[in-house]
Write a protein that binds this ligand. Structure first.
Ligand code: BGC
Length: 766
């Protein structure tokens, strides 16, 4: 249907029919209107697998959904650092949706991991907005290439579960733009998602659903979003306010209560009917797009997707530590210890919970490998040391050549709906790991968790493989990596702090009385740890391999750049080891000096590449002004200050191997506004004002302050009390108003006011 036809259709609708389109017909469907042949569409969770509920519906994953494929959760997807792989997964999900008559997939979930405690971190991608945006875009691209709509969520600042329905996330605009919106911005601008889901929480006091700035000014006007916005399930607070702010669809339904209020509001003249019309048009555009693109021949190939899930998991697992114990040999005795070897924890609880058609555990995947045995080690329902099981595990470990402990967080430790209160694993598991490690030097820990954990035993074990929540094929991927059939290539999309207290949000998470102040500002994740030079357990971007890579020949296409330029950075990567593998080359930018506070470095590019032993490939990155920019509130825009920037090429945020620098010359000047409190230093530091000192001298006469002292003044006693540096600092820190205070009476307030007027005129471009 064309835009014109949709407008005509809306003209034919009664007020009540229009209002009915504004809320779900039920938990998962939009309203249909048979009289006008307006069909319904179905939406379904979730980010990493289809949760289509055919019968009883809920938003917590309680009632059963159809059998589907559970891919690795967001935390694991992100550590693949692989855009094309996630796009492929997106295509598979799109096909599953087509085959199941689901029109919109409610994902990706792409909130920033502000604190490792957020109960829903397992669904989210990263602590870094660039990485989140790039990977979410790849997923959306894949899903929407199959003509299924995506619904990036939760827009925005849904970074905790505590009070998630009414907490106010409070931050300054720069922080919001740079950290919490930038990922969404990239996805909307590049991939044009068909829908968006607004979050439950408030942002600086206003609910996302009622946030006109967020939904209209930023999302539609600035970023050009042209789909419809739906609420998170029951996120609506005041329907009329939300409608005016730009919320199209209230989900799930509301039994018609809010529809009636909308009709009354139109009748009472509180809202123009044209607002309603526009809102319905935006919904119908997508509804008809979905129907036009239905593919009845689509095949839901569970087996094929299971294999894809395994491939994604292979690239998601991160080898955190390896002293040479991995890979294992199939010819030597290995004991698998722990519940998760047999019953893996491979997905999280809540609305993303998929009814997996099959789950492969490591024990199953190792069937037929005669040197592999299994002992239980622990049960995860209760955090109690089972002396008998532990003893059995230690004995088995002693007899074997290596012990692999399948450990991690039980379901109850992390889930949608509540946050963790600490970062520890169950004490019983930590104890088991230490005891086994005492008996067996080749102790390898495989972790199953959705978010970082503290590792008190890290120096006792030989290797650690972070498997996150690896999806239903988790066991096969584990065997592939453990025995070296596949080389690990995952990299951490988040920092693992040594302890919870090191995290920058620690003092303000989850806030108090429904208010979470994001006082760490832009210093989230490695932006904080690296700037503070804080020791971490494992840094952002870290991940080992069974081979080694060498980076060489970094070149820049130019070293002087302006606002409209792009610059290409290239580097050669060689596989210098003995087996094939994939490496993710990371590019960070560090601003040198400058007048604003910036993180030590920020990720602005990454490329994953496959290399055979001895092979070299050239990896390229294209940077633009945005790569160097921060959000400048005075311009209400992105701005890159003139100055030097270092371009860093690294294997992680803490392992920078090559660097070069560029000179950036900005054409944009920030209009400065001067007043009586402007200091002399601010005047002197503005190159545009160098001629202005003459004007000052004329106006101020003998009361013109001395700005620079070059020699020590006075006698020895005075020089001891007041250094040259202090004189200069004091002079430059003096505000204009103090010229009167320190003056001889020669300057009047009128003269100073005149000076301020001229100052503003000069800085405006003279
Ligand atoms: C969650 C959403 C989910 C929705 C529907 C909400 O509670 O926050 O992510 O899509 O339920 O299940």
């Amino acid at each position: 249907m064309t835009g014109k036809e949709i407008k005509e259709l809306v003209c034919k609708m009664t007020l009540e029919e229009k209002a009915s389109m504004l809320s779900g017909a039920d938990f998962w469907h939009t309203q249909k209107i048979e009289r006008l042949k307006i069909p319904e569409i179905m939406v379904s969770d979730g980010p990493h697998g289809l949760r289509k509920q055919a019968d009883l519906a809920d938003h917590l994953g309680v009632n059963e959904s159809i059998q589907a494929v559970c891919f690795p959760s967001g935390c694991a997807l992100a550590s693949t650092f692989n855009r094309s792989l996630l796009e492929e997964q997106g295509r598979a999900l799109g096909e599953e949706c087509q085959a199941q008559d689901v029109a919109v997939l409610l994902g990706p979930a792409m909130n920033i991991k502000r604190s490792p405690l957020c109960g829903r971190n397992f669904e989210y991608l990263s602590e870094d907005p660039y990485l989140s945006g790039q990977l979410a875009a790849a997923i959306v691209h894949g899903v929407q290439s199959r003509q299924i709509g995506c619904c990036p969520k939760h827009f925005a600042m849904n970074n905790q579960e505590t009070h998630r329905l009414n907490v106010s996330a409070e931050a300054d605009e720069r922080t919001i733009r740079e950290i919490y919106l930038a990922g969404f911005e990239h996805v909307v601008k590049e991939e044009k998602p068909w829908t968006m889901m607004c979050s439950y929480n408030r942002i600086n006091g206003t609910y996302s659903a009622a946030n006109r700035w967020l939904l209209q000014d930023v999302l539609r006007q600035e970023w050009g979003f042209d789909g419809f916005v739906m609420s998170d399930w029951a996120a609506v607070d005041e329907r009329i306010e939300d409608l005016l702010a730009g919320l199209n669809l209230e989900m799930p339904g509301n039994g018609g209560v809010n529809d009636k209020r909308v009709c009354e509001a139109v009748k009472d003249g509180m809202i123009e009917e044209s607002v309603l019309d526009k809102c319905v048009e935006e919904i119908l555009q997508i509804v008809f797009r979905c129907h036009r693109n239905r593919n009845h021949a689509a095949i839901f190939d569970l087996e094929k997707d299971h294999e894809l899930s395994r491939r994604v998991a292979q690239e998601a697992f991160v080898l955190l530590k390896n002293n040479g114990a991995l890979p294992l040999s199939e010819q030597e005795d290995v004991v698998f210890i722990g519940q998760y070897a047999k019953k893996p924890r491979y997905q999280g609880g809540g609305s993303s919970h998929v009814n997996s058609f099959r789950v492969t555990s490591a024990v199953e995947a190792a069937a037929g490998m005669e040197h592999v045995s299994f002992v239980q080690g622990f049960f995860d329902e209760k955090d109690l040391i089972d002396v008998q099981l532990e003893k059995e595990a230690v004995e088995a470990a002693k007899r074997a050549k290596a012990a692999v402990i399948f450990a991690g967080l039980p379901d109850s430790f992390e889930c949608e709906g509540y946050d963790r209160t600490h970062m520890r694993m169950p004490h019983s598991q930590n104890h088991l790991i230490s005891e086994v490690a005492k008996a067996q030097p080749n102790t390898i820990v495989l972790l199953h968790n959705g978010s970082p954990v503290e590792m008190p035993w890290i120096n006792e074990v030989a290797a650690v493989l972070e498997c996150y929540l690896g999806g239903q094929a988790v066991g096969s991927a584990q065997i592939d990596l453990l025995f070296g059939k596949v080389n690990p290539s995952g990299k951490l999309a988040e920092t693992f702090p040594v302890k919870l207290e090191d995290n920058p949000s620690y003092l303000n998470f989850p806030g108090e009385r429904n208010r979470a102040e994001y006082r760490e500002g832009i210093f989230v994740g490695y932006r904080y740890y690296d700037t503070k030079k804080q020791d971490v357990l494992f840094p952002f971007g870290h991940g080992l391999s069974y081979t080694t890579f060498e980076y060489k020949n970094m070149t820049l296409s130019k070293t002087d750049i302006r606002d409209t330029d792009t610059i290409t950075v290239s580097v050669d990567v060689t596989n210098t080891g003995r087996c094939a593998g994939k490496e993710t080359v990371q590019l960070y930018i560090a601003a040198e000096g400058g007048s604003v506070i910036r993180p030590m470095k920020e990720l602005k590019g990454f490329e994953k590449t496959y290399l055979k032993p001895g092979e070299t490939k050239r990896v390229e990155f294209v940077l633009s002004k945005r790569s160097f920019a921060y959000w400048e509130e005075r311009l209400s825009d992105w701005h890159a200050e003139s100055g030097r920037y270092r371009i860093l090429i690294g294997k992680s945020s803490r392992d920078i191997v090559l660097e070069q620098s560029v000179q950036f010359q900005s054409d944009i000047s920030i209009p400065a506004v001067y007043d009586m409190n402007t200091t002399l230093g601010e005047i002197v530091s503005n190159p545009k004002l160098c001629g202005f000192l003459k004007v000052m001298e004329e106006l101020l006469g003998s009361d013109m302050p001395k700005l620079f002292f070059e020699e020590e003044q006075g006698g020895a006693a005075e020089r001891e009390a007041i250094t040259l540096e202090m004189r200069n600092a004091t002079a430059l820190d003096t505000p204009l108003r103090s010229i009167i205070g320190f003056g001889t009476g020669a300057v009047s307030y009128e003269t100073l006011e005149e000076l301020v007027v001229q100052l503003n005129r000069w800085s405006g471009g003279m």
